[in-house]
Every structure is written in structure tokens, then in C-alpha cells.
Design a protein around this ligand. Structure first.
Ligand code: ZN
Ligand code: ZN
Length: 102
């Protein structure tokens, strides 16, 4: 019976993890960013929880902590090899900063 409870709690944990917010930060970066932030550069995606765990702080410019409140769309841009961009964006253009042409 205990094993079943353990499995159930693991399932719950993974359900939470899957919903976790994604932020962007490079390995050396002290701050984490939204996909749209011009400061995110060549950052890798990670969960907000793991960014905080690594001691990173929210960027003052893009305010990733407030990102969860905004409605996000997957970027409609295409990468160089023709696959769809994986970044999420809150931009009205539905394009991330890399694919927004101004
Ligand atoms: Zn930022
Ligand atoms: Zn994009």
C-alpha cells in the first residue's frame, strides 16, 4: 500500500513539473529571462524552479516572474533548418525576439 502512495505522489510531482514555467538563462548568467528578452542571448531554457535553485535572479527588464500571468504563444517563426521555433512568446506578433523583424 505504501508503494502505491509513493507512486501517486511521484505522479503528482511530475504533473507539477510539466506545468512549470520556462525561463531562459545561460550557464554563467546571474539572471533568468523570458524568451522575448533581448538580454537572454544564447540562453538555454530551464524551469523557473531550477533557475531559482541555481541562485539566479529575475531579470529587471523582462520580469520573468510576471510571465506566468501573460498569455503565451509558441513562436511562429522558423529556425534555419526549417523546423518551427520552440520559444514561447507573449508578443502580439506571435514571434519571439529572434524572429521579430523591425
Ligand atoms: Zn531579461
Ligand atoms: Zn522564434
Amino acid at each position: 500500500m505504501k508503494k502505491i502512495l509513493l507512486l501517486l505522489s511521484f505522479g503528482f510531482f511530475f504533473a507539477l513539473a510539466a506545468k512549470a514555467q520556462t525561463v531562459y538563462s545561460s550557464d554563467q548568467g546571474e539572471k533568468y529571462h523570458t524568451a522575448d528578452c533581448r538580454m537572454s542571448g544564447d540562453a538555454k531554457d530551464m524551469t523557473l524552479a531550477s533557475a531559482k535553485k541555481a541562485g539566479k535572479k529575475a531579470c529587471d527588464i523582462c520580469k520573468p516572474d510576471e510571465l506566468g500571468k501573460a498569455k503565451l504563444n509558441r513562436c511562429e517563426g522558423k529556425t534555419k533548418d526549417g523546423t518551427r521555433c520552440k520559444r514561447m512568446t507573449g508578443n502580439k506578433t506571435k514571434k519571439c525576439f529572434q524572429h521579430t523583424t523591425t
